[in-house]
Design a protein around this ligand. Structure first.
Ligand SMILES: Cc1ncc(COP(=O)(O)O)c(C=O)c1O
Length: 347
């Protein structure tokens, strides 16, 4: 499943459009340290997660765990569910997504449009992230249903395997010149699946993980956060793909900084990135100016901002949660302006 780079001019399945996503140079220092964004929102469903959704289904078929006409069950904050809904439609399965109201409403609506059955573990109006309850329910539902398979993304090696093509794409596009790979960590599949494969051909690549402040994979304290789809909330199990041996650094970024970055990037460049990517880009931008000349840093952008127009990009939603901070937004904007205006090519 690594053929995206030689995609035929006409495809017959949506899943054939997965991969070969673009690289966007966000900025560059005067001595040519550059920050490139791997825009995974250019995959079908607008997120990286369809890469692993397809891999988990193919793997289950190969191992005889999913038989024709079967049911796929997953606990999802939306993006994995979107990918599974597409793959289920293509391959003749039904798909049950176990969800909560913390998930972006547009992701839930899109899953439904793609034919998924949604099961909520929380009451309407309860915005709390309910990862642990979702997983428990999904496991039980799959066990009680005939010919059903719980893909269990947090604990499924096929999740990480699904991202190996990202490493091949980066290697091909940059001729192996990747010095730092930085990305959000939820299940760990995206960063460590990509990073592990990249290390095979670029042994010196530095791998930096970003999780929301309040998430527990890189240590306490635990508290609520609003970056959707990423991190490990208290009570949830740290993903089996989170590979601390592969990780050079794990950092935490708060919602205010992450969302201010999404908003500043949108206004300054015209690119909409999602909240978790905002955290990654915030951290990447903060480091760029102190990197050695000629360094290439690649930031994985898990999804686009279109799914967050009624949250991250909505002033009322932001203000009601005390997340709106014009000072931080101004600082990110100033940094972007400085690092883009040193180069005439961005004008
Ligand atoms: C928006 C978003 N960001 C980040 C992540 C984290 O990615 P991963 O689970 O591969 O660590 C996810 C996936 O869960 C996501 O949907």
């Amino acid at each position: 499943m690594d053929h995206a780079l030689d995609r035929p001019p006409i495809v017959r399945r949506v899943s054939e459009l997965i991969g070969a996503t673009p690289l966007f140079e966000l900025c560059r220092t005067p001595d040519d340290a550059r920050l490139l964004l791997k825009l995974e929102q250019f995959n079908p469903t607008g997120t990286a997660k369809i890469r692993m959704a397809r891999q988990m289904v193919l793997d289950a078929e190969e191992r005889g765990l999913l038989r024709p006409g079967g049911r796929i069950v997953e606990s999802t904050s939306g993006n994995t569910g979107l990918g599974l809904a597409v793959v289920a439609a293509e391959r003749g399965y039904t798909f049950t997504a176990v969800v909560d109201h913390h998930a972006a409403a547009d992701k839930l609506r899109a899953m439904k449009a793609l034919g998924a059955e949604l099961v909520y573990v929380a009451e309407e109006g309860d915005e709390e992230l309910a990862t642990a309850a979702r997983e428990e329910y999904a496991e039980k539902l799959a066990a009680e249903t005939d010919n059903a398979y719980f893909t269990e993304q947090h604990n499924n090696p096929a999740n990480g395997v699904g991202y190996r093509p990202v490493a091949h794409e980066l290697h091909a596009a940059l001729d192996g010149r990747v010095d730092i790979l930085i990305g959000a960590v939820g299940t760990g599949g995206g960063l460590f699946g990509t990073g592990g494969e990249l290390r095979r051909t670029v042994p010196g690549v530095r791998i930096v993980g970003v999780e929301p402040k309040g998430s527990i994979a890189f240590g306490p304290p635990a508290h609520d956060y609003h970056q959707s789809g990423t991190g490990t909330p208290e009570g949830a199990t740290i993903g089996a793909m989170v590979d601390y041996d592969l990780l050079d650094e794990g950092v935490k970024v708060g919602d205010v900084e992450a969302f201010a970055t999404c908003r500043a990037v949108a206004r300054r460049t015209g690119l909409l990135i999602g909240g978790s990517a905002g955290g990654v880009v915030y951290e990447a931008l903060a480091r760029l100016s102190s990197l050695p000349p000629g360094t290439t840093m690649v930031a994985l952008v898990n999804d686009g901002g279109e799914k967050y127009l009624d949250t991250v990009f909505d002033d009322d939603w932001m203000a009601a949660r005390r997340l709106l901070d014009p000072d931080v937004e101004g600082e990110v904007d100033a940094l972007l302006t400085k690092l883009r205006h040193t180069q005439r090519k961005y004008a």
